[in-house]
Design a protein around this ligand. Structure first.
Ligand code: URA
Length: 217
């Protein structure tokens, strides 16, 4: 990597040190050009939720629906996630939802926009926004949804399949990794779909217990 030019620099750390609020960060992120993804994405999709939420759920990147609507997890994966959150007995007021990468990475296929996994450079360029969200929300527990979010925080050798649902220390935070809700959507066999959905719910229950709340009945 070369030395970053000003247009490639993420302004979040400086803004944070100057006392910026979440709203100010979200507004500044709209102009972010720290990597090239802003060129093809419709808009930046910043995190959403209460400022002192005890749980922060971290996805990979906005999808097609999120890119159009400007909010995380409003598409099909979001609907799996919100059902799982409810089934785990977690209150929506306890959840701040965000993504590691805040622009949609996609490639055209006919009239469709196909999701593309963000590359390491996109994660690196975007991570200061997540770090700023963490510094301001200070959640008790982070839930990483899928491999991209888990590996962004816990390292490239982290395997969600092996270590999901276990509490891990990450700096001052406790992190629980789980599958990405889109894995439930991708499963073609009903049994696999159910098994994945149940494991997502179970890991969310673990996170809920870690914040010291009993799952609601
Ligand atoms: N997938 C994600 O990881 N995040 C979203 O916001 C939507 C889909």
């Amino acid at each position: 990597m070369g030395v970053a030019t000003p247009s490639e620099t993420n302004p979040a750390p400086e803004m944070l040190s100057e006392g910026a609020s979440l709203e100010e960060l979200a507004r500044a992120a709209e102009a972010c050009q720290a990597c090239e993804l802003y060129r093809e994405a419709t808009r930046v999709v910043f995190g959403i939720g209460p400022k002192s939420a005890p749980l922060m759920l971290i996805g990979e990147q906005p999808g097609d629906a999120e890119d159009q609507e400007g909010e995380p997890f409003v598409g099909p994966a979001g609907s799996v996630l919100s059902d799982a959150i409810e089934e785990a007995g977690i209150l929506s007021e306890d959840v701040y939802l965000t993504n590691v990468v805040k622009h949609f990475r996609w490639k055209p296929k006919g009239k469709r926009r196909l999701h593309q996994t963000p590359a390491t450079r996109h994660v690196r360029a975007c991570l200061p926004w997540l770090e700023a969200e963490l510094a301001l929300v200070v959640p008790q527990v982070l839930v990483c949804l899928g491999a991209v979010a888990s590996q962004a925080l816990l390292g490239r050798s982290f395997r969600v399949t092996k270590d999901h649902g276990k509490a891990q220390a990450w700096g001052d935070f406790t992190v629980v990794a789980t599958i990405h809700p889109s894995a439930v959507l991708r499963a073609t066999k009903p049994d696999d779909r159910e098994r994945l959905r149940a494991s997502l719910v179970e890991d969310l229950v673990t996170a809920q217990q870690l914040i010291g709340k009993k799952p609601r009945k």
